[in-house]
Design a protein around this ligand. Structure first.
Ligand code: SOE
Length: 391
């Protein structure tokens, strides 16, 4: 079996998630398409890099991503750094012939994302794989919804309602990490989490043509976090901490028109007390409905119009070995998968793409389309108008 030597760039929360995926791919999917080998982990903070090497079992650590890309032994990289650095790293990696799995959003500006898609197109012609980390469309229950749609069981799609609600930044004393700074993140919830459900909406219902949206920033300044990895609201800083302005959105709401004629709505917030990683997708068709909630990610609710009147209603399908990527779902439906298995499905898809040479479903072209939608939402929030998604 072929070895694929991996470099993980950025050793924070997301770096850890990718490592879980690489380590578990051969454990959960066997025979694995190839064996991922944890070669080098890179972080600009030397102690974090060294710590990650030991903890995750990498052969080497580095503090400059250029050393990872220049290493002829490295075949593929995961980019898990803040958004503003993705473009430079990804473009250099693609030019060097390394397969790239990049966290979302692809970058902090549409211009950079377009440059990344150009570089990906050129590299793909030489057999290089490019992928964006939109893991949630790979949830077996979402894949099952897609199957019902493709089989025509839901009829014509009328409406897609999506929400991504979190609470980790609802407390004003949660620190100002890079996620609240426009020059690094590019956007707030719009780039960070609305992109995930936009990806799912387009995966299920096709291209979005036009949007109208609103953005809101509720907490205008936050205490500054000095150094360290992003702790996503798990720490609170006291009133004496230095404060700095927030210049991205805390919440976004938008209406969409799909090319198919379907309509829909997408909402995302990081300020919804009581909502943690609350992703909901509800899709109504002429012949039925599917409904999903990430906090019960092993379940899909389905209702079919052609059930008799006295019998019609939602039923719950527990996903398991009978469903897409059933290999990771243990032997009995209801034993359940979680975030770690989901990241493993994503990494499995990346490793499989590298071995087959077929671009994954969440390649850079698909991510560019998602970011064209979110850029149109930002323009619409400024103008107050319905706005076409640029082709
Ligand atoms: C923070 O909102 C975050 O870590 C996002 O950046 C991820 O994409 C999401 O999956 C979980 O929450």
């Amino acid at each position: 079996m072929e070895n694929i030597n991996i470099g993980v760039i950025g050793a924070g929360f997301m770096g850890k998630a990718h490592v879980v995926g690489y380590s578990n791919t051969p454990k959960l999917f066997w025979p694995a398409p190839a064996m991922p080998v944890l070669k080098t982990v890179c972080d600009i903070v030397p102690e974090i890099a060294e710590d990650a090497k030991v903890r995750f079992g990498f052969e080497k650590s580095a503090t400059d991503w250029r050393d990872v890309i220049a290493d002829p032994e490295i075949n593929a990289v995961s980019i898990c750094t803040p958004n503003d650095s993705h473009a430079e790293i990804a473009i250099a990696a693609l030019k060097a012939g390394k397969h790239v799995l990049c966290e979302k959003p692809l970058s902090s500006s549409l211009e950079d994302t377009m440059a990344m898609a150009d570089a990906a197109r050129e590299a793909a012609a030489k057999g290089v794989i490019h992928m964006t980390a939109y893991q949630y469309r790979r949830i077996p229950a979402i894949a099952l919804a897609k199957r019902f749609i493709d089989e025509g069981k839901l009829g014509d799609i009328l409406n897609v309602r999506c929400t991504y609600l979190q609470s980790w930044s609802a407390d004003p004393s949660s620190p100002l990490s890079w996620r609240f700074q426009k020059d690094i993140a590019g956007a707030g919830t719009l780039g960070d989490i609305a992109t995930h459900v936009t990806d799912i909406a387009t995966y299920l219902a096709g291209d979005i043509d036009e949007v109208t949206g609103l953005l809101r920033t509720y907490i205008k300044e936050r205490p500054v976090q000095e150094g360290g990895v992003d702790l996503l609201g798990t720490v609170k800083l006291d009133d004496n901490a230095k404060k700095a302005p927030v210049d991205v959105d805390d919440e976004v709401s938008f209406l969409v028109k799909f090319a198919s004629g379907a309509i829909g709505s997408i909402e995302a917030t990081r300020n919804a007390w009581g909502r943690n990683n609350h992703i909901t997708i509800e899709l109504h068709g002429t012949k039925g409905t599917v409904a999903f909630n990430y906090e019960r990610l092993n379940e899909l609710q389905v209702c079919f119009a052609d059930d008799p009147d006295h019998f019609r209603g939602f039923k719950t399908v527990y996903t398991g070995p009978a469903h897409e990527h059933g290999d990771v779902t243990w032997n009995i439906p209801g034993m359940n998968i979680g975030y770690g298995e989901l990241k493993t499905i994503e990494i499995f898809d990346f490793v499989k793409a590298i071995t087959t040479g077929e671009q994954p479903s969440t390649n850079f072209e698909v991510a560019l389309r998602v970011e064209q939608v979110t850029a149109a939402v930002a323009r619409s929030a400024e103008s107050g108008q319905w706005t076409k998604v640029a082709a």
